[in-house]
Design a protein around this ligand. Sequence first.
Ligand code: ATP
Length: 703
Amino acid sequence: MEPKKLSAVNIAVREAPFRQFLGRREPSVVQFPPWGDGRSLVVDHNEYNFDHAFQANSSQEELYDTLILPLVEKVLQGYPCTALAYGQTGTGKSYSMGMAPPKSILQPEQIGILPRCLKDILERLNSQQENNKAPIKVAASFIEIYNEKAYDLLSNSPHLPMVPSRCQNCTSLVLTSQDDLQRLLQLGAGNRKVRATPMNANSSRSHAIVTIHVRNGSQHSRMNIVDLAGSEGVRRTAHEGVARQEGVNINRGLLSITKVIMSMGAGHSLIPYRDSVLTTVLQESLTAKSYVTFLACISPHAADLSETVATLRFATSAKKLRLNPQQLQHKQSVTAQTPHAFRRPLSSSTAIKKPLQPAAQNSICGRSDPKSKNQTLLQRTRSDMGLTPKAKKRAREVLKMEDTTMSVPFINISDCSLSLIEYQEEVGKQDRQLMPPPGAGMGGLAPPSQRKVIYGSDSRLHSTALEQALEPALEPPPAPSRRGQLFTCPSSSIEEEEAAMEAEDTLSEMPTLSNRPKTLSGIQPLEPSPPKAILPRVLRRSTRLMSIQSIPESNSTQSTRFNKTEHLRRSVRLAQLKEELPAKDSARSSNRTRSVLKAMDLLPPTVVEGAGEGARQSQAKRKTKKEKSSWLDNHRKDFLNLLNNGSVKELKKLPGIGPKTAASLATYRYVAGSFKDLGQVKELPIWAGNKWHNVCVANCLES
Ligand SMILES: Nc1ncnc2c1ncn2[C@@H]1O[C@H](COP(=O)(O)OP(=O)(O)OP(=O)(O)O)[C@@H](O)[C@H]1O
């Protein structure tokens, strides 16, 4: 059987045995239903489902094999991992995590997670070491956070608090043998602050964090084993004075970790790591790049019911976490190969972030100043996150961090004839600016074959890397979104118009949209543009362009010819052209040429000879209307093509279409086959209210 894929977040619950001094006078409040399959439990008539639910009689070995062994594999592969025990006092957090001093362990089966994990890592590395040239080093640090202060339990002065930001530099013991392991536990667990409470004779009053560092050459991964202090209310532990303050600080740490988990689960961009020393220290380990395992320890006693329910609620909220270490690591490795100009800031600390979007911008669209962008970000962060000085400071730090990885939001291309047209999500407004009005003719929505992203041969290497960086999944190379293709910049220069006309000429030879995945997905090199002709400005632009295409002569000849006719009246020049053109090879004349000729044919003699203004205006109007309607028809066809052929990813990039609608569209398409027309799409039961209308407006489908 294939091993089950390890999910990045694992939530488990373990029931503690009855406290001996209370005796077993009552049934447990925790029930494990037979249908639960070792995943569910019922407390106070409510059923809770987790990844694993361990009964009170479950063994330490079973717990370790289920929860930690997969993490050991991951840490050896280079992923950061964290195992965290949470729960009320006396529910077996320290027992499960193996944080008790070795002397107190009487039976081998009582050995907890930490010693088992260290032993396993050492054994595996020793066997790997034989085949490995680079030495693999294992070291461990042991710190505790007591009363909002961090203590290095392995140092010579374990009772002197450390600066929280220096916790990364605390003492690490290099582990090579079982003796080192015993020493670590003896020193660390022995130096922990414990106090007898009414609920636990050996209650740990601090949060303990053991970090196992594995260094394999340049790769450094770490695994945190965290034993949090009891989550009970201060009132229940009946403490006064110093002990009461301890309880308050314990709860502050626990509250902050709950807030961090909640914010990560909710996908916030700023996570309140700095709210307590505990979360500051764990910042590195509680990120979207980590594998995290929560062990919620609960009591079977009815007297502890409220704490049990609170612990179960915390565990349930942790289920919302969506971490993706594998994808992020892949992204990072791709980013490392990507030129800096194309690099995007990777999700540094949050659980969920919006999918990375290409930030490269076409030089035609203008540059956006990274500094001003940062400034806006800072302002927004201030207003969003509140204006307390602490919050501001945090925001500034985050921005500073982001600034170091901030990509250049535009691409400098030395060759002006080459450009990279890219979709930029955050400048949604620019779409409107980029999109030409329907009457803009060739500058408007070009036929599919013309919708190309153009870049130079020298930038091809970069763009390949860019494609990989932006879309690392095993998919065809992506690059600019469909929206970017639909609304390419109106070409204002003659060269672009020429390129567009050339592309139109080859339209008939191009494959259809459905069998052109490359064109759909974007970046394609453009055939070299024809040499520039020196064109006299006196002629109509369309006529000049038409002439270039239909008369393939040398530049010099063209310019002479135009120069010769320059002094003639426009009507005479048009008449001359009209005579000349049919004589040329008709096969070479493009659609464009034909349309221009047609337009010229349409000119009634009265117009040429200076007919009335009214007739001229109505004719212009007719022409615009016709162009507009043909533009709309093409556009609608393209839109339908995209609906029929685009992936969900491409569909959801369309304005007005969200992920759910995109998925529904793809499902309908899969079930009922391709849509015949937009009317059929409109009839789908997925458009609530005037949603379809909004989609039409947003995509310019209506006249
Ligand atoms: N599953 C278990 N099997 C056997 N004994 C257990 C189990 N869970 C807890 N115990 C015992 O219960 C006592 C309290 O456990 P422990 O100190 O681990 O609780 P805790 O949750 O860490 O408490 P605190 O938060 O106060 O430190 C210990 O003596 C431990 O041996």
